[in-house]
Design a protein around this ligand. Sequence first.
Ligand code: C2O
Ligand code: CU
Length: 470
Amino acid sequence: MKITHLVLSSLLGFCLSSSLGVAGQSDFSISDLKKELKNEFTNSYPEQQKPTGKIKSFELVAAENNIGIIPPYKTLVWAYNGMVPGPVIRIKLGDTLQLKLINNLPQATTIHWHGIRVPNAMDGVPGVTQAPVQSGDSFTYKFTPKDAGTFWFHPHVNAAEQIERGLHGVLIVEDPDEPEYSQEFVWVLDDWLLTKDWQVSANFVTRHDLAHDGRWGNVLTINGRYQPIFQVKAGERIRIRMINVANGRVFSPAFARLMPYVIAVDGMLTEAPFPLQEFYVAPGNRVDLDIIIPKSLAGKKLLVQNLYGRQKSALAFLQVAAEEAVETPVFDSPRAIQFPRWADATKLPIEHEYVLNAKRGGVYGISWTIDDKIWPENAAYELTSGQFYSLRFTNKSSRLHPMHLHGQFFKVIAKNGKAVEERYWRDTVLIGPKQSIDIGIIPLDKGLWANHCHILEHAEAGMMTTIKVK
Ligand code: C2O
Ligand code: CU
């Protein structure tokens, strides 16, 4: 085990004696603390999921298509089964998903299952776990998800172009005892850069994108529609599963006259529901909301806005029916069965600090780096499964970096070196300009996993590395 922040830790005033062999008395040792953190973690989510034996088979054809984002205009997109967003695939926890990807695109592709703990070989990352599926070829993915929740899938080849053109879909894994909401919505948040004739601008990974927070567009959509209106009834209790599939844009959703509660982040149920307030849904992130439509709002049209950035913009509307209110379903919001507080986690030394920055050079003229390296120059950072680690992301740049770790969940334990309490798991965390974020993680799933910025232009220009879980 490497201890890189020895000085910092001793400044914090605890003793590292037992693991370092230094003389002195200790209140606790690093290994004891790690054991405690692990005990707290036990049963938070399963190491394995027992397949029920039920196989759910799907076919997904990736090809060009024309769709109406801004009717009556048609936009040429790349789509799964002709749709943008792609199909919402629903299976039950314990089901085995078997999905045949047929590539009819003009270039190679793969599918990465974002947030899902899959066997390493199913993770869809060229150069790490799988060869690209060539144009005209097919590949069958097969796995049994270990966690229920809101997940998504997308290519991991030339992603800055392929996802932007419309290749993404949602995978919902249902828990055997999901509560009965009046209605459930899946909202795929996207941001398009469209030309005057309503086509996807074909300049990808530009110098401008690289010098900024990736590609930010001019049309925001939900489920491929501009400012859609969703029908609800007064008294209803609804669940909204939100997914940000944009290349670079961060959303901060706000609901006029409603009080949504966050019940899940990045697929996983939170320790307890909490009110949605200035919650950043960065590229890759998901958030599940539990919302009651008050009976007093019958007949009202409610605005949903994006409050991130300089201008507020309308995202959607909830049209509450004028008719009489329905009975509001009563149940406790779903929550995590077990969740570790890890209150003492920040007393441990940081095991590895990832330095995020840019430099000149590389294929695009500007490169984004992790520890000064451009993917695939970096060596994998090795972790042992079942052990606690704290890792730090230090953003030396003044741009945004939503860092995404494949195959694992983690918990934010500190910001700018100060302990914070996020009571939920994540697979993607936004690191702000000049900010540092510390995460606690107990890796369970073995293999070689990508660790990259989910601003797709930054990733394309080098901001990716791997962890190797043994
Ligand atoms: Cu959704 Cu490697 O990412
Ligand atoms: Cu980035």
